[in-house]
Write a new protein. Structure first.
Length: 347
């Protein structure tokens, strides 16, 4: 595979520090003109990642004005959306307003409605409406804004057959089911995957469990409240749902031992809170696989925790990009009635 050109990485949008890539940059530029294969998007919605939105809400005591003010300050200061405490961002949807080159930006055209497949932490962004339409009670942010992506591979067309809010929430976590497809079809150090533990019962966990069902892998979800557990049981999204604290390693292990004879073969950490690293280590059998999909994960805690316990796993982190991930996630929602009801309760 040919390495991307400098123009296709977005480095020309980096204002500081020199030589940094956009995700690591302190500040990005949305200045004119467009060059290379750049695409300008008139943004309709931002979708903050779950860990970032939770942090913003808790940090500001759920005060809407203060939450909005911090997001506006971040974007104005850095030219992108990156939560200073979680380091994460999210993604966006909107309509293409301009192309640097029709040929270089094919197959997209002006007027196409698209979603970004890259993080807001790497996307040059300019907010123009002061977020006045956002009540700050959800990670979905209606907005009048302008964004630039370096290349067409970094966006995907929005589907016509799904409501925009549904497509937005699915695409925000579409890397999770693609990672599940890969991991569940590989040979593990411990053998074939039969049992999967999901810490969390949100979007990424539900889509990953749907992939597990396709491969005949049993799933258990651990969620923090009885109300959430009852809802997930009613929808039939997991083989079992238990109430537990994902920051309590011994408690999670005891819950899993009651359902899996040899602990979990594969564990996905999908909780948007810190401190869940060691529960996954203790609840997964030796030689299994663990995916840390949450951006609240401390990868230092993962590495040192596994070493301190003298446990050997295949350890994965939740990279949001896998080729074909958007198509896979949207197809799951289209074809799995249980998943569709989770994402679109109005149907």
């Amino acid at each position: 595979m040919t390495a991307p050109t400098d123009e296709a990485t977005g480095v020309e949008r980096v204002l500081a520090p020199a030589g940094a890539l956009p995700q690591a940059a302190e500040r990005l530029s949305t200045a004119e003109p467009l060059t290379g294969s750049e695409i300008e998007i008139e943004v309709e919605y931002l979708n903050l990642d779950a860990a970032s939105y939770r942090d913003l809400a808790e940090h500001h005591g759920h005060d809407a004005a203060r939450i909005r003010a911090e997001v506006l300050d971040i974007v104005a200061t850095r030219g992108k959306m990156v939560n200073p405490r979680t380091g994460s961002g999210g993604m966006l949807v909107g309509r293409i307003s301009r192309l640097a080159s029709e040929k270089a930006c094919a197959p997209f055209a002006v007027g196409d409605r698209v979603a970004t497949l890259i993080s807001l932490t790497a996307t040059p962004l300019q907010i123009r409406d002061g977020l006045r339409r956002w009540a700050a009670d959800s990670e979905v942010v209606p907005v009048d804004a302008r964004a630039i992506v370096p290349a067409p591979r970094m966006i995907t067309a929005l589907p016509d057959d799904l409501p925009t809010p549904v497509a937005l929430t699915v695409l925000d976590v579409c890397g999770a089911p693609a990672q599940a497809e890969r991991i569940l079809t590989r040979s593990l150090l411990s053998g074939t995957a039969r049992h999967m533990l999901l810490l969390g019962g949100g979007k990424s966990a539900v889509l990953s469990a749907a992939v597990a069902r396709r491969h005949g892998v049993q799933t258990v979800s651990v969620v923090p409240t009885a109300g959430e557990a009852d809802r997930l049981r009613e929808l039939g999204l997991f083989d079992a749902v238990v109430v537990g604290d994902a920051t309590d390693p011994l408690g999670v292990r005891r819950a899993v031992e009651q359902r899996f004879p040899d602990l979990a073969d594969v564990t996905f950490v999908c909780v948007n809170a810190a401190g869940c690293e060691h529960a996954a280590l203790l609840a997964t059998r030796q030689g299994g696989a663990i995916l840390y999909f949450s951006m609240a994960t401390s990868f230092t805690a993962v590495a040192l925790g596994a070493e301190a316990l003298c446990l050997d796993f295949d350890l994965y982190f939740g990279s949001g990009y896998v080729p074909g991930h958007a198509t896979l996630a949207l197809d799951i929602v289209r074809t799995d009635p249980q998943v569709r009801r989770f994402f679109d309760p109005e149907i």
